[in-house]
Design a protein around this ligand. Sequence first.
Ligand SMILES: [Zn+2]
Ligand SMILES: [Zn+2]
Length: 292
Amino acid sequence: MVSCAALAQAPQPDGAGVRPGTLAAKWITGGPDCSAVPDWQVQPYNEDFYILRESGCTNYEKPFLYLIFGKDKALLEDTGAGKSDAARVVTETVAKWAAAKGRPGIPLIVAHSHSHGDHVAGDAGFRELPHVTMVPLTVDGTREFFGIAKWPESIGQIDLGERVLDVIPIPGHDTLSIALYDRQTGILLTGDSLYPGRLYVRDFPEFVRSTSRLVEFTRGKIVAHVLGTHIEESSTPYKDYPVGTKFQPEEHVLELSRGQLLELAGALAGMKDKPARMALRDFTVWPQQPRR
Ligand SMILES: [Zn+2]
Ligand SMILES: [Zn+2]
């Protein structure tokens, strides 16, 4: 039993004690006819966990946003790209949730997977709203908000009310990158650091260390899905859509698993100190010049 847990396995194939949910069979991308594509797709994973996908007709990055409800607070990860009106669609989704629960509303925390423009573009819309707390877009502000003792080695937490999220600093793609682990569903949110697409690595040594800390963090934990913030890969192994593609009729599924996290760690270890572009089945490691 203990040894099973150490390998992130459950003793029986019975759902592993985490709350289940449903991913979309198909996500909107950006076309072929933009007049027929809604600005957002709002997918309830379950009644307390929502996945929002921004349309590629609004911005080719078409990022995913995550909205998680606890008993006392809700947390939104990211606010979209380009002309994102995330505040509108999130406000509607929160209102529907509250109505279904017979509550007047719920305070909202707006956090970010990292600080890049395609994940913070809708921030302004939230600053004007009541009952919203923005997590500062700085390392110190993020560290303090989530109670991370030492950045990036320590793990922080936020309790949304009978729902704890672990906050794992994973700099490398961006200095401010974090992963969120939802203990209730076993979902690990990895932002732009691991998703089916091009994993741009700005700071290679930092990215290697962050990936191995994420492997260590998940050891012994149930990981139902690894969910990132874009899809750039096609459903054909080793094949991506070019940068800037809006319409992706044959895109890869959103969800990855801890297996792909281990595969990423293995690929990075194989490079030793020589970062190189490497296409794997479901994603590509894409080192870039550090922006310092
Ligand atoms: Zn990014
Ligand atoms: Zn991004």
